[in-house]
Design a protein around this ligand. Structure first.
Ligand code: G
Ligand code: G
Ligand code: MN
Length: 434
């Protein structure tokens, strides 16, 4: 009887899918380790499967099998007694005893990365994924279990968000994290306080004769008591907090209203391009919101272009495609932003409901000196031509880039060569007054 109780107790400590000990056991292990051997250094880390693994969620059984195999692979490197299952099903927790510095930890990290991203056999030979890690050293980075948990989580969160191959905690990361938390608090207040400090700038999009046909509306934020924060910093925070829905609605309404005014003042049918984040598109009322903004301003969808990124389209392809179809039915044009930097294969393009490809700045930058980038641009041109898409090159700064891109068949240009993004008043003074 006691035997069975012991067995049951043992089973309960383990995760049913991977057979690993749970986080609860890990916490006990860590406390004991620190209490009994306070002078022995070790590393503690979180291993979280990456976004490619998340995409396998449509095949739950496969996901479980893959997780099991991954656990076996990690075990081989760190040893069974040092591997634990997190409360999240896509995450493992590890202890690596005896390491005291980044140099000593690096080989483990590399080994884990390589091993986890090795191809899988059946039933998943067509799938591959990797992981992100966050690790902290005892006692260098953390002296208590709580600090180890917090600091490894901070490292993981930051590197995951930056799509960075880093993994180890540092004081600088801790500060970056605090800055982010501070900004989050300030942003929540500012959005609630009539969008305090937020404003919109407009950058012209031109044709081969440098005639302004359209503009991209871009958000800027002077955070109260903090100063100007770049969108690359504040957009991810807005996405994480969900504030992007409010901000997105505001920039959509304001920029269409602006275009309406410009049209009334000049008689010229300028259009506006607005960035949409995947969080917004996933929101169930997004389409209705766009429709009601257009209706309330008495404007047609043809005044509006929406910019989405490749990763947005990869997330829930069918759902997103359906929504983009509905938007296009309203006359709205869809642009694929930062094209070339994501994962989408060129052959997949014709299945996507898009009208325009925005060639990413990184290909435009050294198009004159890097034959490979010129080849990429040529390939994009020829594909988009065969699919009847418009191409727009962004980040164009010099006349010789401009000339080459136009020669290659690019339809539109955006970049400092024409103008940086400017306030609405300056935009109409410079580009709409004849
Ligand atoms: O303007 P700037 O180059 O600093 O913009 C940096 C990034 O922030 C760009 O990728 C741009 O798409 C994004 N961004 C700017 N304004 C908005 C916005 O209104 N919504 C979303 N989702 N992204 C924006
Ligand atoms: O990712 P997205 O296309 O939304 O980013 C647009 C941003 O790119 C604009 O906010 C603008 O600040 C930036 N940008 C536009 N043209 C140029 C350029 O010629 N050079 C540089 N460095 N940045 C540019
Ligand atoms: Mn954009």
């Amino acid at each position: 009887m006691t035997d069975n109780v012991d067995k049951l107790n043992e089973l309960l400590k383990r995760d049913p899918d991977t057979g690993l000990y749970s986080r609860h056991i890990l916490l006990q292990n860590l406390s004991r380790r620190i209490r009994e051997n306070p002078k022995s250094p070790f590393a503690y880390g979180i291993i979280r499967m990456d976004e490619h693994y998340q995409r396998i969620r449509h095949y739950r059984d496969r996901q479980k099998i893959l997780l099991y195999i991954t656990a076996q692979r990690i075990k081989e490197i760190v040893g069974e007694e040092f591997l634990f299952q997190s409360d999240r099903s896509d995450e493992f927790l590890v202890i690596i005893p005896g390491v005291n510095s980044e140099e000593e930890l690096d080989p483990f990290f590399q080994n884990l990365m390589d091993k986890i991203s090795e191809p899988y056999n059946q039933p998943a030979s067509d799938l591959s994924f990797g992981c992100h890690m966050g690790m902290a050293l005892y006692p260098t980075h953390a002296e208590t279990v709580e600090e180890l948990m917090d600091n490894s989580e901070i490292a993981l969160g930051i590197f995951e968000q930056r799509h960075d191959q880093g993994y180890i905690y540092s004081q600088a990361l801790g500060e970056a994290h605090n800055r982010r938390r501070t900004l989050e608090t300030i942003m929540t207040k500012a959005v609630g306080n009539n969008l305090q400090g937020f404003h919109i700038v407009y950058q012209p999009l031109v044709n081969e004769d440098k005639e302004v046909l359209s503009c991209e509306a871009l958000m800027r934020w002077d955070a109260p008591g903090f100063g100007s924060v770049s969108p690359d910093s504040f957009i991810p925070i807005a996405e994480e907090t969900g504030l992007i829905n409010t901000l997105g609605h505001w920039i959509l309404y304001s920029s269409i209203l602006q275009v309406k005014k410009w049209r009334e003042e000049t008689g010229f049918n300028i259009t506006v391009s607005v960035n949409v984040s995947s969080i917004q598109l996933e929101y169930s009322h997004y389409i209705e919101n766009v429709r009601s903004v257009l209706e309330s301003l008495d404007m047609d969808g043809e005044c509006l272009h929406l910019e989405v990124t490749e990763s947005t389209l990869m997330d829930e392809p069918e759902e997103i495609v359906k929504k983009l179809d509905e938007l296009r039915d309203m006359g709205i044009k869809i642009m694929l932003d930062d094209f070339g930097t994501g994962y989408s294969s060129l052959s997949y393009l014709h299945q996507l409901p898009i009208d325009t490809l925005k060639i990413a700045k990184e290909f435009v930058d050294d198009i004159l000196t890097n034959q490979k980038n010129l080849d990429v641009v040529k390939a994009i041109q020829s594909i988009s031509k065969s699919f009847g898409l418009i191409t727009l090159a962004e980040g164009v700064e010099h006349q010789d880039q401009f000339d080459l891109l136009i020669k290659e068949g690019c339809n539109m240009i955006q970049g400092y060569i024409v103008s940086p993004p400017v306030a609405a008043m300056e935009f109409s003074e410079r580009f709409l007054k004849k």
